[in-house]
Design a binder for this molecule. Structure first.
Ligand code: ATP
Ligand code: MG
Ligand code: MG
Ligand code: MG
Length: 562
C-alpha cells in the first residue's frame, strides 16, 4: 500500500479527551476517530489491526470446533421478555422501536436470539453438542464510555454459545474454549492471565475472565506469586468492616423468612428497585444460609460491603430452598450452576458466599470473586474479610499479590437458565425431553486491539507485535524527489509485495523528520529506510521494538524479511 493513497491522518498533539496511552496513540496514529461518545470509526490502519485480531479469533474458534454464523444486531423485545431480561438488564440495553411502535433492543449479547434458533432447529441429543459463534458489533449504553476502544457503546465482540446434553459435555467444550482463548491472546502477543471470576460456591470453575495485565485495567486480580491461582477480587467480602460497621448482632437480625424464588421477588418483597442496582450476598454460616440484599448506588470497582449499612438480611430456611433460588437465577446474572456435590462445600466452617449483583449497575453483570469463605477456611463469620496482598494463596501455594487487569475475554457456564425459560429442549436417548445445558463465551475484539497497544508502546508510539501489526514492513523513501531513492524504494516495495509481505510504502513528499516520526508512531515492526546510500543499493533496516538496526544491501532484504 502506498501511503500517499491512504486515509492515515496522524497528529502531533495528544487529543485532550484521551486519558490513556492506547486511546491517545490510536487517535494520533490515525487508526481510529471518535464519532460520538463511545462510538469510533476504524480508519484503514485500525481496520487492518482489527481484522488481524478477528482472523486469529476465527482460526482458533474454528479449530476448537465452533461454527461461525451471524445474527441480527436488532432483536425483538419479545425474546428478551421470555427470559425476563427486558426488565432486568437495565439501561445498558439500548432500546428502540420501529414505525409500528414495536420494541427492539440493539444486541448487547445474543443468548436469547441463539436460544430461539436452537430451540426451533435442534430437538435430538444426536445433534448435540453444538457450538456457534459470531463476530459482530454489540451495543451497550455504558454509564461511562471511556478509554477509547476499551469501553465503547458500540464495540466488536466475538460471542459464542454452546448447547449440550449434560454437564460433562459442557465441561469439555468449556475446557476446549479456555485453551482456544489462551491461544488467541498468546498469538496477539499479550501478557494475560485467566482468572476465576466465580459466581459462587462452585470451586471457581464455572466462569473465567481473561485479563490483560495493565496498570490502567479496571479490574483487580489477586494472584499467587508461585502457583496458577488467580481471581478477580471486585467484590470479595470484608468481615472486618462488616462487623465493625453493623455489628454481628444487627447483621444477622432477621428481616423475615419468606419463600423467595427469584431475585426479583426478593426485591419486590423488600421494596427495592432492581434498576437501582441491587446486590445480593449469600452467606452460609454454620448451618444457616443468609441472603443479604443491599441497595444499589455502588460504583463499579467500589463495591464494598459498606453497602451492608443499607442491607436487608434474609435468613433462608433450608439448603434446598437456597439452592432453588440459586438455580432460578438472579436477575441479569442468570442461574448459578449448582453442582451435584454440594457436600464438598460443607467442609468449610463458613461454607460459602454467593455474591451477585443484579439490575442496572454500570456493569450490568455480576461481580463474583475470590471468596474467602469458599477459597479459604474461615473459622468464624467475623473473620470474613477482603483478600489482601500478603495473604496466603487459597490453594496453599505462595502469597497473594495484586495486579490490575483489562477484561478481554469471559467464558461462562450458563446451565439451563435460558433453555428453561425459552423452552429449548432436546429428546434424550430414552425419548425424554430435557432442557439443553448451555455455555457462553465472549471476546472483546476491539478492546483487545486497545489492550495490545497498552502493552506495546514506547514514548514515540506503538510497537506492534507482528501477528497483529497493520503491516509487517514500512518502506520509507526519505526524499522522493531523488530518482535513485524513489526508484530503489519502489523496487523494494514491489519485491516485498510480490513475496507476499504486507508492506506500507511511504512515498509522500514529506520531510524526513515527519516520515520518521509518523513511522515510529504507527509502529510497524520493521522499517526499511532508503536514503543517502541508495545509489550503492544500501538501505537501513530498523526493528521498531528493539531499535536494533543494520545497513543492508537491497539484495539481502528478502532474506531478512521472510
Ligand atoms: P466489563 O466488565 O468491562 O464491563 P463485561 O463483563 O460487561 O465487561 P461481557 O458481558 O463479559 O463484558 O462481554 C464479553 C467481552 O466483551 C468482555 O470480556 C470485554 O472484552 C468486551 N466488552 C464488554 N463491554 C465492552 C465495552 N463497553 N467496550 C468494549 N468491549 C467490551
Ligand atoms: Mg460491562
Ligand atoms: Mg466484567
Ligand atoms: Mg464479563
Amino acid at each position: 500500500m502506498k501511503q500517499s493513497n491512504m486515509l492515515l491522518p496522524t497528529l502531533r498533539e495528544i487529543p485532550s479527551d484521551a486519558e490513556i496511552k492506547s486511546h491517545q496513540l490510536l487517535v494520533r496514529a490515525g487508526f481510529i476517530r471518535q464519532v460520538a461518545s463511545g462510538l469510533y470509526s476504524f480508519l484503514p490502519m485500525g481496520k487492518r489491526v482489527l481484522r488481524k485480531v478477528e482472523d486469529i479469533v476465527r482460526e482458533e474458534m474454528d479449530a476448537a470446533g465452533a461454527n461461525e454464523m451471524i445474527m441480527p444486531a436488532l432483536q425483538p423485545s419479545e425474546l428478551w421478555k421470555e427470559t425476563g431480561r427486558w426488565d432486568t438488564f437495565g439501561p445498558e440495553l439500548m432500546r428502540i422501536h420501529d414505525r409500528h411502535e414495536r420494541e427492539f433492543a440493539l444486541g448487547a449479547t445474543h443468548e436469547e436470539v441463539i436460544t430461539s434458533i436452537v430451540r426451533d432447529e435442534i430437538n435430538s441429543y444426536k445433534k448435540l453438542p453444538l457450538t456457534v459463534y459470531q463476530i459482530q458489533s454489540k451495543f451497550r449504553d455504558e454509564k461511562r464510555p471511556r478509554f477509547g476502544l476499551l469501553r465503547g457503546r458500540e464495540f466488536l465482540m466475538k460471542d459464542a454459545y454452546s448447547f449440550h446434553e449434560n454437564f460433562e459435555s459442557l465441561d469439555e467444550t468449556y475446557d476446549r474454549l479456555y485453551t482456544a482463548y489462551s491461544n488467541i491472546f498468546r498469538r496477539c502477543g499479550l501478557n494475560f492471565r485467566a482468572v476465576i471470576a466465580d459466581s459462587g460456591a462452585m470451586g471457581g470453575k464455572d466462569t473465567h475472565e481473561f485479563m490483560v495485565l495493565s496498570e490502567i485495567g479496571e479490574d483487580t486480580i489477586a494472584y499467587s506469586d508461585t502457583s496458577e491461582f488467580a481471581a478477580n477480587i471486585e467484590m470479595a467480602p470484608v468481615a472486618d468492616s462488616y462487623t465493625k460497621q453493623t455489628g454481628e448482632e444487627k447483621a444477622l437480625e432477621k428481616v423475615s423468612t419468606p419463600n423467595q424464588k427469584t431475585m426479583q421477588e426478593v426485591a419486590d418483597y423488600l421494596g427495592h428497585d432492581l434498576s437501582e442496582g441491587l446486590k445480593a450476598l449469600m452467606f452460609k454460616v454454620d448451618d444457616r444460609f443468609v441472603l443479604v440484599v443491599t441497595r444499589g448506588d455502588h460504583e463499579v470497582n467500589d463495591i464494598k460491603l459498606k453497602n451492608l449499612y443499607n442491607a436487608s438480611i434474609v435468613e433462608l430456611a433450608s439448603e434446598e430452598e437456597t439452592l432453588n433460588i440459586m438455580k432460578a437465577g438472579f436477575g441479569s446474572l442468570g442461574p448459578i450452576n449448582v453442582p451435584n456435590d454440594v457436600e464438598v462445600i460443607a467442609d468449610y466452617a463458613v461454607k460459602y458466599v454467593l455474591n451477585a449483583s443484579c439490575g442496572a449497575n454500570e456493569d450490568g453483570h455480576h461481580y463474583i470473586n475470590v471468596n474467602p469463605n469458599r477459597d479459604f477456611q474461615v473459622k468464624e463469620y467475623a473473620d470474613l474479610r477482603f483478600i489482601q496482598e500478603g495473604d496466603q494463596s487459597p490453594d496453599g501455594q505462595g502469597t497473594i499479590k495484586f495486579a490490575k487487569g483489562i477484561e478481554v475475554g469471559h467464558i461462562f457456564k450458563l446451565g439451563t437458565f435460558y433453555s428453561e425459560k425459552m423452552n429449548a429442549s432436546y429428546l434424550d436417548q430414552n425419548g425424554r425431553a430435557n432442557p439443553m445445558i448451555m455455555g457462553c463465551y465472549g471476546i472483546g475484539v476491539s478492546r483487545t486491539v486497545a489492550a495490545v497497544v497498552e502493552q506495546f508502546h514506547d514514548e514515540n508510539g506503538m510497537t506492534w507485535p507482528t501477528n497483529v501489526a497493520p503491516f509487517h514492513v514500512h518502506v520509507l523513501a526519505l526524499n522522493v524527489k531523488k530518482d535513485e531513492q524513489r526508484e530503489l524504494a519502489e523496487k523494494i516495495y514491489e519485491t516485498l509485495k510480490n513475496a507476499g509481505v504486507e508492506v506500507l510504502y511511504d512515498d509522500r513528499q514529506e520531510r524526513a523528520g515527519v516520515k520518521f516520526a509518523d513511522s515510529d508512531l504507527i509502529g510497524i515492526p520493521l522499517r526499511i529506510t532508503v536514503g543517502k546510500r541508495a545509489d550503492e543499493g544500501y538501505v537501513e533496516c530498523k526493528f521498531r521494538r528493539t531499535g536494533e538496526q543494520q545497513d543492508l544491501h537491497e539484495s539481502d532484504i528478502l532474506n531478512v524479511v521472510t
